[in-house]
Write a protein that binds this ligand. Structure first.
Ligand SMILES: [Zn+2]
Length: 152
C-alpha cells in the first residue's frame, strides 16, 4: 500500500491548477472547495433548467450540477497519479454523459475502499475521469479541466 499512499496528495493540498468552472466558482467554499453538496440542494443556479457540465472536446452533456457530491469531505480533490501528473477532480453521484470502461482495479486508487475504471465521454470517447465503486456505492470523479459549463 506504500505506492498508494505516495500517490495521494497530502491532506490539505490545494492549488490553482485549473480555473474552476463558473458553476463552481460562483459558490466557493472553504479553500476553494465546492460548497456543501447534498442531494436536493435548492440553490437557484442549480435549479436553473439546462444548467449542466459539458465535455470541452465535443460539447456533449456530461453531468448535472445537481449530482455534485462530497467524498471524503470535499467535492473537489487534487490527486497525483504514479507518474506525478496532478489531476483536479470533481465528484458526481452520477454522470449520464460518461460510460465506464475497462476492468476495475484498486491499484493506486485515490479513494481507499474504492476500485476504479476509466470514464469516457459518450459523445467523443475522450477520457473525462474515473468511475469509483465499492461493494455498496459508486461515484464519478471527473477531471475539471475537461468540463465546461453549458446550458441556458
Ligand atoms: Zn466529448
Amino acid at each position: 500500500m506504500t505506492a498508494v499512499d505516495q500517490a495521494v496528495a497530502p491532506a490539505g493540498y490545494r492549488n490553482s491548477l485549473d480555473r474552476l468552472p463558473p458553476l463552481l466558482a460562483k459558490r466557493p467554499g472553504p479553500e476553494g472547495r465546492a460548497p456543501s453538496i447534498a442531494p436536493g440542494d435548492e440553490s437557484q443556479d442549480r435549479d436553473s433548467p439546462g444548467r449542466r457540465f459539458i465535455c470541452v472536446f465535443c460539447g456533449a452533456t456530461i453531468a448535472s450540477p445537481r449530482d455534485l457530491i462530497e467524498v471524503d469531505g470535499a467535492g473537489i480533490h487534487d490527486f497525483a497519479n504514479p507518474d506525478g501528473v496532478v489531476f483536479r477532480i470533481c465528484c458526481f453521484s452520477r454522470a449520464d454523459g460518461c460510460f465506464p470502461s475497462g476492468a476495475s482495479t484498486e491499484a493506486y486508487t485515490w479513494f481507499p475502499g474504492f476500485s476504479w475504471r476509466c470514464a469516457h465521454c459518450r459523445g467523443c470517447g475522450a477520457q473525462m475521469g474515473w468511475h469509483y465503486e465499492s461493494r455498496s456505492s459508486g461515484f464519478y470523479g471527473l477531471i475539471l479541466k475537461n468540463l465546461a459549463e453549458g446550458g441556458a
